[in-house]
Each structure stands twice: as C-alpha cells, then as structure tokens.
Design a protein around this ligand. Structure first.
Ligand code: FES
Length: 122
C-alpha cells in the first residue's frame, strides 16, 4: 500500500484527488465510509473528484451519473428523455460501467491505498 496523506486530510464529506504512480485516484469520506476510486468516470472520463455526494453515492459532475461509494456500482443514471441532442439519446453513448474501486486503509494517522502495479505504480 502507498501512504497518500494524513487521516485528517480526508474529513467527513471531503473528496480529493491524488496520483499514485501514473494513476489518478479520488479519495473521500461519506457517511463515515472512507473510499478510494479511479478518478476517471466510467461513463465519459470526467474527473470524479469534481463530483459531489448524494445519499451514499458520488455523483459525477459531468452528466450526474451516481456511483455507490462502497461498491462503485452505477446506481442511478440521469434521465435523458428530455434531452434535445441526438448524442445524448443514443443508448451506446449513455452506457457506463461501474466505478473502479481501490483498497484503502486509515491507520488512525495516515491513509494508505493499494493501486495495482499494472495501473502505473512502477
Ligand atoms: S462523464 Fe461522468 S457521468 Fe458522464
């Protein structure tokens, strides 16, 4: 695991970007759950650390897709029905996977994350 910051740097309700190797990650704390995820939105690649929280989800600021902070699962997609632009009505364009999550540990003083070496620690 890699030490990324002090525990106090991630207070409740925060969401911050870090770079581990060549991988950008977002680390946050929501409802007392510490989590770490890819900073790359699985929909169209927006920066997740610019998002916000809603219930137990992190919401991507770009198109408001919602991902569970515990599992990374896509839990809510914006309704595109009122959209007037063709690209937003295309099912392939709307498709998204789940958010990639990483193991994270708060030892009481420091926060550590585990990002697979294939994703750029080397
Ligand atoms: S890029 Fe994140 S919801 Fe579209």
């Amino acid at each position: 695991m890699v030490k990324i910051c002090r525990s106090d740097d991630i207070p409740e309700g925060s969401l911050k970007k870090f770079t581990v190797g060549r991988t950008d990650i977002a680390v946050g704390r929501r409802n007392n759950t510490l989590f770490a995820c890819s900073n790359w939105c699985p929909h169209k690649g927006a920066s997740m650390h610019k998002g916000y929280y809603k219930d137990n989800n992190i919401v991507c600021y770009m198109h408001n897709y919602e991902f569970d902070v515990c599992t990374g699962r896509l839990t809510n997609m914006k309704s595109w029905k009122k959209s007037k632009t063709w690209v937003e009505q295309d099912p392939a364009w709307r498709a998204s996977g789940d958010l990639v999550m990483y193991d994270v540990l708060d030892d009481g003083s420091w926060i550590h994350v585990l990002v697979p070496s294939s994703e750029g620690q080397g």
